[in-house]
Design a protein around this ligand. Structure first.
Ligand SMILES: Nc1ncnc2c1ncn2[C@@H]1O[C@H](COP(=O)(O)OP(=O)(O)OP(=O)(O)O)[C@@H](O)[C@H]1O
Ligand SMILES: Cc1cn([C@H]2C[C@H](O)[C@@H](COP(=O)(O)O)O2)c(=O)[nH]c1=O
Length: 246
């Protein structure tokens, strides 16, 4: 199987370390978008949500239990955990596909780049970049990479302080180191990849940052619409999903 991503809608991901403002900026950017959009929630929001858990929530909750609350979902089986996280992101795409086929913009709060970054740091801490690229390639065999990615960056201490305040918890030194390395690795993956645009909050007010995010998504959607040929909706594509919200 080789997914081509040949759906008329735009698949966007928002990436970046905890507390950088992915969710905050997206909430302010979405009302500015000129096309209808849907969102796929970040992992933590999904694990908190109530109601009947769907497949991805069940996987994430099982992983959180096995990891005994570890912030990065680290249990004792990092390879299996990596495959499970790739399965979650594949399931997210399958859930979003009906909307993408209808031409909607779907915004993923974290996508395959997050899985590649965090899991490569866990699997190969001494030299994560080649593993991160391999994991992106592996994920892309099962679902397309996003058409465009907005990597949000900020002063790391400021970002982590916001996450700590929001969650009423303090990161350990080891967690802070992992966050710092994740920030570096996100940037390394962005270097030379024209599908990733870096939104540096240090140079922008929140209003400007949200406006720029909306502008980039609109531009990418317009490019995609100009190039996309209509594709038939596959038989059996389901409208029922639990994490894609309008
Ligand atoms: N410009 C801002 N002004 C005020 N509060 C902000 C701003 N940006 C972010 N915040 C707040 O900081 C906290 C972290 O932001 P947010 O939840 O958007 O980060 P995130 O990147 O989605 O993090 P995570 O990956 O941990 O979910 C939130 O409580 C959010 O409301
Ligand atoms: C996708 C993904 C995420 N993580 C980590 C990254 C974060 O620290 C947490 C969840 O954060 P959220 O933004 O609040 O949802 O999980 C990971 O370790 N592996 C992954 O594949």
């Amino acid at each position: 199987m080789h997914p081509t991503g040949s759906h008329p809608g735009l698949l966007v991901s928002i990436e970046g370390v905890n507390g950088v403002g992915k969710d905050y900026l997206l909430q302010h950017a979405r009302p500015r978008l000129t096309r209808p959009s849907r969102t796929i929630a970040e992992f933590s929001a999904r694990m908190r949500s109530t109601g009947t858990p769907g497949l991805s929530q069940q996987i994430l909750r099982a992983m959180a239990r096995a990891a005994d609350g570890d912030h990065f979902l680290r249990g004792s089986a990092p390879r299996s955990e990596t495959l499970l996280l790739l399965a979650v992101k594949t399931h997210d795409y399958e859930s979003a596909l009906p909307h993408l086929l209808d031409g909607a913009t779907v915004v993923e709060g974290r996508s395959l780049h997050s899985t590649a970054v965090y899991q490569s740091l866990i699997l190969e801490p001494a030299d994560p970049l080649p593993t991160a690229r391999r994991l992106l390639g592996l994920g892309a065999r099962w679902r397309p990479l996003p058409d465009t990615t907005v990597l949000v960056t900020d002063d790391l201490d400021a970002a982590l302080a916001r996450a700590e305040q929001r969650d009423d918890k303090i990161f350990t030194l080891e967690e802070r180191t992992l966050h710092r390395r994740a920030e570096e690795l996100f940037r390394e993956l962005a270097d030379g990849d024209d599908r990733i645009r870096v939104l540096d909050r240090r140079r922008l007010t929140p209003v400007e940052a949200a406006a720029l995010m909306a502008q980039w998504i609109d531009q990418a959607a317009a490019r995609k619409a100009a190039g996309a040929a209509a594709v038939p909706r596959p038989r059996g594509a389901s409208d029922a999903d639990e994490q894609v919200s309008s």
